[in-house]
Design a protein around this ligand. Structure first.
Ligand code: DX5
Ligand code: ZN
Length: 213
């Protein structure tokens, strides 16, 4: 299992320290939650702060956009050369066009599905993307309870991926811990995002990442 800790649960007064901790703790990606106060009822960080994150991170960035006007935000973050930029399908009229744009910038495109959105909604995009992110909470906040219907959704998505684009990864985000990660692994999930579990683990960040892996 690949592990992408979410820096939303870091101490933003010590952000460089907390980014270094997950990189040294063996994470695979640094998950960055970008919220605009419109698509979700919370506001987080823009390119100025994410640039500071990129300068200390020794692992690739996985940027999760929770915004209106995705194309504008892609332009803002593309200069930081993240590995992935993911956008919500619920907030994009022209997803295929935006995927081409992200790819043309040398970034791997990914699409995010809210808890209610069926995997079939992106069936005809799968050939063009490198990852699907399934939300297992309602986007906007860390520390929420895992919505277990994501397990069945991941299994259905995995079947579609095997038909259309077997290289496409499945990532799950929200409420992930060392219990539900086993069910996610069985369902075919490749990457887990975890914020509060990693940063709040009583035995430390390295132990938390190892237990998810
Ligand atoms: C929620 C974010 C998540 C969140 C995960 O909108 O997309 O990445 O930070 O945090 P936990 O693991 O605490 O649910
Ligand atoms: Zn996220």
């Amino acid at each position: 299992m690949l592990v992408a800790p979410s820096i939303l649960s870091a101490d933003f007064g010590y952000l460089a320290r907390d980014v270094e901790a997950i990189c040294e703790g063996g994470c695979d990606f640094v998950h960055v939650d970008v919220m605009d106060g419109h698509f979700v009822p919370n506001l987080t960080i823009g390119p100025v702060v994410v640039d500071a994150v990129a300068r200390v991170a020794t692992k690739p960035l996985d940027i999760h956009l929770m915004v209106q006007n995705n194309s504008f935000f892609v332009d803002l973050f593309a200069p930081l050369a993240p590995e992935f930029i993911s956008f919500h399908i619920e907030e994009e009229k022209h997803p295929h066009r935006l995927i081409q744009k992200i790819r043309s910038l040398g970034i791997r495109p990914a699409v995010v599905l809210n808890p209610h959105t069926p995997p079939e909604a992106i069936e005809f995009l799968l050939e063009d993307i490198d990852m699907v992110l399934l939300m297992s909470v309602n986007p906007g906040f860390g520390g929420q309870k895992f919505i277990s219907s994501v397990i069945e959704k991941a299994k259905r998505l995995k079947k579609l991926i095997l038909q259309k684009n077997p290289a496409c990864l499945i990532e799950v985000d929200g409420g992930v811990n060392d219990e539900n990660v086993k069910l996610l692994e069985e369902a075919g999930v490749d990457v887990v995002v975890a914020g509060s579990f990693v940063y709040g683990h009583p035995e430390g960040i390295k132990e938390a990442i190892a237990s998810l892996r």
